[in-house]
Each structure stands twice: as C-alpha cells, then as structure tokens.
Design a protein around this ligand. Sequence first.
Ligand code: HEC
Length: 287
Amino acid sequence: MKKKLPIGLIRVFSLFVLVFIATELIVPGSELAFTEPVIAAFLLIVLLFLIIFEKIKEASEALYTDHISKEERKTYFEAKEKTSIKDWKSLLQALTSLKAVEEEQDIILEHDYDGIKELDNDLPPWWLYMFYATIVFAVVYLGYYEVFGGDNQTDEYNQQVAQAEIAIEKYRSTAKVIDISNLEVSDDVAALNKGKKIFKSNCAACHMVDGRGSIGPNLTDEYWILGGGIKNIYNTIAEGGRDGKGMISWKSSLSPEKIQQVANYVWSLQGTNPDKAKAPEGDKWTE
Ligand code: HEC
C-alpha cells in the first residue's frame, strides 16, 4: 500500500516557509530577521493561523459531509478521491493536470492542419499559480517602491554608507590617538615584537627583513634622508616619503598604534650593522 502524503502538513509547512523567506527579504538589516522578538512573534502567529485554517478546513468538511445525504456524500468523496493527492504521482498530476491519452478525444479541437490536430489542454496549475504569484508580486512591488516610496538601492546604499561613517567616527574616537610631539622611544618587548611583525609583512619587501635596505634606504645606519629619531620616522611612515620615490603613506592602512610600533622597531635597528647593507643616504642624524 502506498503511503498517503500528509497534504495538510505539507501545505502548512510550505506556506510558512514562503512567509518566512518573505519576511527575511522584506525586513531590512544584515542580521536574520527572526532573531528579533517582534518578527519571531509575528512568524509564530502566522504559523498558528495556518494551523487553525487547516483545522477549520477539516472541520468544515466534516460538518458538510455530516449534513448531506448518503448519495451526495458518495459523489463528494468520489470526486475528492479522484483529485486528491495521495502520492507523488497524483501530486504531479495535480501540478500538471495532464489528460490521459484515452481522454484526449474530449479536448481535441475542431481544426485540422493537414492531419495535425490540436488539443485544448488546461494550463498546468504549477504554471498558472506561478503566473498569479507574479501578478501579486508586481502589485506588492509597485505599491512598495512606487506608491509608498520604499527604500530603493540608492537609499539603501546611502544608509549603509552613513552607518559605516558613524562606525568609522566611533573607531577614530576610540582608537589610540598618538601625539607625535611627545612620542618617545620605548623598549617594551611586546610592542617591539609587534612592530617587527608589521615590518616583516609590510616593509621588508623594500627595506629587507633586517632593514639593510634595497629599494628603500638602509634603516640601520645613522644617515637619514627624511630625518632620524622616532618622531621623524613616525612621520615618514604615516605621511610617506618624497613624491615618486616609492615610500607611500601608511596611515590609511596602519592604525596610529601600529605605526608607532613599527617606527619604534625601525629605530631599534640603529647600529645593528647587517651584512650587505646599502650605502648611507641622506645626512647624519644627531638629536
Ligand atoms: C615600495 C617600497 C617600500 C615599502 C613597501 C616601504 N618603503 Fe620605506 N622607503 C622606501 C623608499 C623608496 C624610501 C625613500 C623615500 C624618499 O627618498 O623620500 C623609504 C623611506 C623610508 C624611511 C625613511 C628613511 C630615511 O632615510 O629617511 C623609513 C623610516 C621607512 N621608509 C620605513 C618604512 C616602513 C616602516 C615601511 C613599512 C610600513 C616601509 N618603509 C615600506 C620604499 C618603501
């Protein structure tokens, strides 16, 4: 015996999934909408209503069939049996409403093109309901965006930019502010190690890992193009070197704290005298 499909359950479930997806799409925000208590409550109510409707449907059928004659009941159930969805095959039948080959003479059209005949099939319900859905969608869409002035993509973009600007402002106000004029050399090992890491991944390509210089100048000697000492170095890293020389400004990619750490690390390389060091450039630095 074939197992009967729990149609009522499937109907409730699929309608609920549709409503769920719709609310996720409609409710703005990057987080899942149902995590908000109001939305969760709404979804719960929708689910309850769907179950109630299903129960009412069952009950009203029972009420109806209780009050009709035996004959009528028989024809009612026969008709229902014929169209009811009992298994996947009947589900497919319900979705396509295909006519069996034996029934084709009922729907054949009069005209005849050199022996080619035409059937007057019903539109397949799956297609028809999708078509209705597009109409509903169009009405909702038109109403939402054109009549009630819902947020279009430009508005959404502007809102997100505004949000991001607030976030940047907040970050700036909480990020450690570095005042160059009282910047001091620190020998904090943890900070120096952080500086070393930053140097390795961002600077070593031009200054080499040990700071001996390659595309960029030697950072270990006493000679500086743009000035030695922690303040000048901080400034060079933050603002960049002379135009066209290849030393970019790092303040947009490194936070003030990180620039401080890497500047401190660069200054700690003084006098390390690595092998194959690049010839001195600039002037000898004295505080
Ligand atoms: C694309 C290659 C390149 C990268 C990457 C680079 N630099 Fe430079 N750097 C240079 C060049 C070229 C100069 C010389 C600038 C000038 O002559 O104005 C320079 C100059 C400097 C100076 C000043 C040297 C002096 O003699 O005054 C410091 C300090 C410095 N860089 C540190 C860094 C740090 C720290 C980083 C990583 C955050 C870094 N550089 C990344 C190419 C680079």
